[in-house]
Design a binder for this molecule. Structure first.
Ligand SMILES: [Zn+2]
Length: 68
């Protein structure tokens, strides 16, 4: 359940911009993705990026404490 809650929260933070967030295909103003495949691919990319950023932050924090 936690996984789906995180996904929904992430999706809700995106604004429709008139084109697909993943492949940039032109869309109407209310949709964020042209299809479920793009929505899922985009979210997986974003979540992977988030994990990488968290890993980087953790490394920096560890280095800071190590040198202090
Ligand atoms: Zn798309």
């Amino acid at each position: 359940m936690t996984y789906f809650t995180a996904r929904n929260k992430f999706s809700a933070s995106l604004m429709a911009k008139g084109s697909c967030w993943y492949c940039n295909k032109h869309l109407d103003d209310v949709r964020r993705f042209c299809g479920r495949e793009c929505a899922e691919a985009f979210e997986e990319d974003e979540m992977a990026m988030e994990r990488r950023m968290q890993a980087t932050r953790q490394t920096i924090t560890d280095a800071t404490y190590a040198s202090a």
